[in-house]
Design a protein around this ligand. Structure first.
Ligand SMILES: Cc1cc2nc3c(=O)[nH]c(=O)nc-3n(C[C@H](O)[C@H](O)[C@H](O)COP(=O)(O)OP(=O)(O)OC[C@H]3O[C@@H](n4cnc5c(N)ncnc54)[C@H](O)[C@@H]3O)c2cc1C
Length: 365
């Protein structure tokens, strides 16, 4: 059972890699069916989804970010490059249909040489990609130092049955989490409400319940998990890491979907060129490592901001938040923040996706 590429993890990062490898022998592994394991509020830029031909999954477009503090509310227009909330399962199905990887529902347990161990047997890949999220399941035994608790944020979410507009954030260290935020992301007929701790605090159920009842709404269900806030590494030995597994989620904003899609798409393109004989594997490793490392300063800056900003006295913080409402300041920040992960229009280069391609729910062997 030898493949050109084995990708462990079939969420944003893993699916983005697989989408670029149509026609190659690719095995995609996940412990859950594709599209089944939503952990996030699914907010991202419209332009990112459009570039990848995924806009059909959008549930609501948002042209403003709203930041609430105990005494003031700040509104940041993002009409030049709006955000959106999307349907996780739908997006995963669209991305999955762009590739033609074989899917196996099984946990990747370990990696020995180039063989990925699963309860269904071992599968050998010339190239192996770890896209298993913050756990970095394939490389954690080789590099246990990558998964450090103090480098993880934690978030918990529920869904409430009301409609609104804009992506809302609350920073209120007295009434809410000391070092954390709460958010409400409307997504059409419902709103995703969550709380997140910058200290990786996992006992957030009570905080979430208090926040939700303070809004006089009722939450339905719970989902969430860890998300890294420090860039890790692009490669462990010859295994490629992408998405949260590589620590590519951004600190402070907790935005991890855009980086996962950006790096996943670029990694998929590099691997395709390697398999086509245009690029040797060593050059692909170097190019991928460089692509990631060029952005390390941005990751480190946000990491520092996440450490410093929540510790500032609230009046000073409010002055800074107010300064950012000024258009030139806001536009400069947004330009740097958005352009770092800008995808050009890849959807036009795609082989038309196979809409009929169903996601297998039973394991392939
Ligand atoms: C509460 C919360 C809200 C968030 N909201 C947003 C948001 O609105 N916008 C945003 O940009 N980011 C958000 N994030 C961050 C974002 O969810 C992550 O950065 C993003 O999901 C990373 O994508 P990924 O593909 O790398 O990993 P994941 O989405 O974590 O996917 C990893 C995949 O690997 C699979 N897997 C895990 N272990 C194994 C294994 N051993 N074998 C096989 N498969 C395995 C999992 O089942 C999963 O499908 C949020 C995070 C949380 C926790």
């Amino acid at each position: 059972m030898t493949y050109d590429v084995i990708i462990a993890g079939a969420s944003f990062a893993g699916l983005a890699v697989a989408a670029r490898l149509r026609g190659k022998r690719v095995l995609l592994l996940d412990r859950k069916p594709v599209g089944a394991g939503q952990t996030s509020a699914c907010g991202t830029l419209v332009s990112t989804l459009e570039a990848l031909g995924l806009q059909a999954s959008i549930r609501q477009v948002h042209d403003r970010l709203v930041l609430h503090t105990p005494r003031r509310t700040f509104v940041y227009p993002v009409d030049n490059d709006p955000f959106c909330t999307f349907d996780y399962e739908h997006l995963c199905r669209l991305l999955y249909a762009q590739g033609d990887a074989e899917f196996l529902q099984a946990p990747a347990q370990d990696l020995q040489q180039h063989a990925v161990q699963t309860p269904q047997g071992a599968f050998r890949g010339e190239i192996v990609v770890d896209a298993t999220g913050w756990r970095a399941a394939l490389v954690k035994n080789r590099r246990p130092d990558l998964i450090r608790e103090e480098r993880l944020n934690f978030g918990l979410e529920t869904v409430a049955n009301y409609q609104d507009d804009g992506l809302h954030f609350w920073f209120d260290p007295e009434a809410l989490l000391k070092r954390g935020v709460a958010w409400a992301f409307p997504a059409g007929d419902h709103t995703r409400i969550g709380v997140g701790s910058y200290m990786g605090e996992t006992r957030l159920k009570g905080d979430l319940q208090r926040f939700v009842s303070g809004m006089s709404v009722q939450g339905d269900g719970l989902h969430g998990g860890y998300f890294p806030h420090a860039l890790r590494t692009a490669l462990v030995d010859d295994v490629f890491l992408v998405g949260d597994s590589a620590g590519q989620c951004l600190a402070l904003t907790g935005e991890g979907i855009r980086p996962a899609l950006f790096f996943g798409t670029h990694l998929g393109d590099l691997l395709r060129r390697t398999l086509d004989g245009e690029l040797d594997l060593q050059a692909a490793r170097e190019q991928y490592r460089n692509l990631v490392e060029q952005r390390r300063w941005g990751y480190d800056t946000l990491c520092l901001a996440q450490r410093v900003l929540p510790r500032l006295p609230l009046p000073l913080l409010q002055v800074l938040m107010g300064a950012v409402t000024r258009r030139p300041v806001l536009n400069t920040i947004l330009r740097v923040y958005v352009e770092a992960f800008r995808l050009d229009d890849r959807s036009r280069q795609l082989t038309p996706p196979d809409d009929e391609r169903m996601i297998p729910v039973s394991p392939t062997t």
